[in-house]
Design a binder for this molecule. Structure first.
Ligand code: AMP
Length: 622
């Protein structure tokens, strides 16, 4: 068998290592099985978990399809696109806030907090809910399985803080992260490009919220990412917004400005817009229908593919600009590419397919389901990391340059953008004042020359330097990026041996204290969660018992004495009524009474079976 299994004991859960595509719009998981990656899904399901969370007035948060279904009726408590908030601060979100229907603030650490129903949640906490739901869907594909660890994908553009926030989310969800992998890198694995001899490939990934393009080279089975580019603010959601604008323009004369800005209207328009966009991928025209009785709206409007394409054309052009820049960084002409791969649900848009074919000068690969490619690749990566047979070497690149602020506020870059990781770079620094006993360092990430224009990842101080004249200290600062793209920095003064290990705690990251508190909250709620599960199980049990009684109603009517008959009917009614509520004790005692009251019926039926058996009938016949 090709399953990746750990410690499989009789009766113990199968411990699986999976790949997870934690997407802006959708998330899903895959597993390596019988020499290929497969999407994990329950029967009859696509396995796709919409990355949407709804907080109902009572009870646990809803995640996935159930949450998305609440978007129209309960927009204020339904969160979309949480991934856009991971590892980011308010300043990063300028211009986007107006589109988010929920209240966001920043805490003392610069971590965002989203307020829903009087409670605040950080983006890692919210992403943890999505990860958990994705893992639950994955486990439901088996009778008895649990996740041992996972490869989780992130956009190539994610900086250190965003990657760290993804790790935090996994930890809060109780998932051990085997590796954080760039989405385009995973996608290339899903297409088995490692099995190609040589070549250069472009991966064009247009999802719901992000766009990434990667240029990869394959040489003798070795995979190298030559360059990445993209736009973290561009995706299918923007196509939806184009149609929402079209709807709003058309309704401007009919609805008040207040109604047009109403969250319920906007959510309904957004869902109708997405439906329209998807329909236009296969049909030349589509009729948008919006029915909102609350504001007396019943509106129909026909949108043609031509009209849609005209409006999204500037957005598609922006993706092509990114492709141009990526090729320039890689030093490659479009004609030198051997293959082009399309990834992400939005690459189903015919205009996107046509433009990529035109730009790269060859038909792109579209054989695999573009929604599944990243998760499949993550599973392939998991297989490789678990010592699987695919003989490949994967190298990623760091998407942004990393350096230190120097005296005067300029940036000294230690690791250049697009360097392959893992990597280490050491650079020498010195003191500039006689007798200086310490040096302050500011670690920055970005392409700008001045530190103030880059993002500060953290500050640290090397202290305890022996008194020396200016310029005599020899401080070696080493930047090390591990295979996950995470940075650690060490600084050492060579003559005295004074050394500092720096934990780069990224801006907009959860502190260890925050993390502990959140984990503790999870434990504190564990008993409540357990009770909820118990209530659900008991209700299911009562449901089965009610069905059994109904099925044997004739036997009960004919064979039970009047007292037992009444007791059974009363107990069934009480159990059924208890199921309307959520009181564990009440449901449990109703179930117990029901069980007791159904014993005479069980005896009657058993009697019947035994008699039948004596008369030579099989069990099925009686
Ligand atoms: P992903 O993030 O890869 O799951 O992509 C999700 C995006 O793909 C969403 O914006 C979807 O609306 C979009 N999408 C899915 N199917 C289609 C389709 N048939 N045509 C156009 N866009 C689609």
């Amino acid at each position: 068998m090709g399953y990746i299994e750990l410690d499989v004991l009789d009766g113990a859960p199968r411990r699986i290592v999976i790949g997870i595509d934690l997407g802006t719009t959708n998330s899903l998981a895959a597993l390596w099985e019988d020499d290929r990656p497969v999407i994990l899904r329950q029967e009859g399901s696509s396995g796709i978990i919409p990355s949407v969370i709804n907080f109902p007035a009572e009870g646990a948060p809803l995640v996935g399809k159930q949450a998305r279904a609440q978007a129209v009726v309960d927009p204020q408590h339904t969160l979309f696109s949480v991934k856009r908030l991971l590892g980011r601060g308010l300043a990063d979100l300028r211009g986007e806030l107006k589109d988010l229907p929920y209240a966001i603030s920043e805490n003392a650490n610069g971590v965002l907090e989203i307020e829903v129903r009087g409670q605040t949640y950080t983006p890692p906490e919210l992403s943890a809910l999505i990860l958990r739901a994705t893992c639950d869907e994955a486990c439901a594909a088996f009778e008895n399985a649990e996740i041992a660890s996972a490869v989780i994908t992130v956009p190539a553009y994610f900086d250190d803080a965003q990657r760290q926030a993804t790790r935090d989310a996994a930890r809060l969800a109780g998932i051990e992260v085997l590796r954080i992998v760039n989405e385009p890198t995973a996608a290339s694995l899903a297409y088995g490009l490692d099995q190609k001899g040589e070549g250069t490939v472009a991966i064009y990934d247009l999802g719901g919220g992000t766009f990434d393009v990667s240029i990869l080279s394959i040489e003798g089975g070795v995979f190298r990412v030559l360059a990445t580019n993209g736009d973290t603010q561009l995706g299918g959601d923007d196509f939806d917004r184009v149609i929402v604008e079209l709807i709003r323009e058309d309704l401007a004369g009919e609805l008040s400005a207040e109604d047009l800005a109403d969250p319920a209207f906007l959510q309904a328009a957004r869902l109708a817009a997405e439906k329209c966009k998807i329909a236009l991928s296969s049909d030349p025209r589509h009729e948008v229908h919006l029915s909102l009785p609350d504001i007396g709206l019943n509106w129909r409007h026909r949108v043609t593919r031509e009209e849609f394409e005209k409006r999204i054309s500037p957005l598609v052009d922006r993706t092509m600009d990114c492709c141009r820049r990526a090729l320039a960084d890689a030093g490659i002409e479009p004609s030198e590419l051997d293959e082009v791969v399309l990834v992400g649900g939005s690459t189903r848009v015919p205009l996107v397919r046509a433009r990529t074919e035109e730009f790269f000068g060859r038909p792109p690969h579209t054989e695999l389901n573009p929604d599944e490619v990243v998760a499949l690749g993550a599973a392939a990566q998991a297989q490789v990391l678990m010592g699987g047979t695919r003989d490949i070497l994967l190298m990623d690149v760091t998407p942004l340059s990393l350096g230190l602020e120097t005296v005067g506020g300029a940036v000294s870059k230690l690791i250049e953008r697009n360097s392959t990781v893992p990597c280490s770079v050491t650079e020498g620094f010195t003191t500039y004042v006689d007798g200086q006993s310490g040096i302050d360092f500011n670690i920055v990430q970005g392409e700008r020359e001045m530190a103030a224009d880059c993002r500060s990842l953290g500050r640290f101080k090397l202290t305890g330097l022996p008194p020396m004249p200016a310029g005599m200290a020899r401080v070696a600062v080493c930047f090390h990026i591990d295979a996950n793209g995470l940075l650690t920095v060490t600084a050492k003064e060579e003559t005295s041996g004074v050394r500092t290990e720096i934990e780069v705690s990224p801006s907009h990251g959860l502190s260890e204290g925050d993390m502990e508190a959140m984990l503790q909250a999870g434990f504190d709620n564990a008993s409540e969660d357990f009770d909820r599960r118990r209530v659900a199980d008991l209700k299911a049990e009562i449901g089965t018992m009610l069905l059994a009684v109904k099925k044997n109603q004739t036997a009960a009517d004919e064979k039970l004495d009047p007292e037992s008959h009444k007791e059974l009917a009363d107990a069934a009614a009480r159990a059924s009524k208890a199921c309307d509520g959520d009181d564990l004790d009440e449901i449990r005692s109703a179930r117990d009474e029901f069980e007791q009251a159904s014993l005479p019926l069980a005896a009657v039926l058993m009697d019947h079976v035994v008699k039948g058996a004596i008369q030579g009938k099989s069990l099925d016949e009686v």
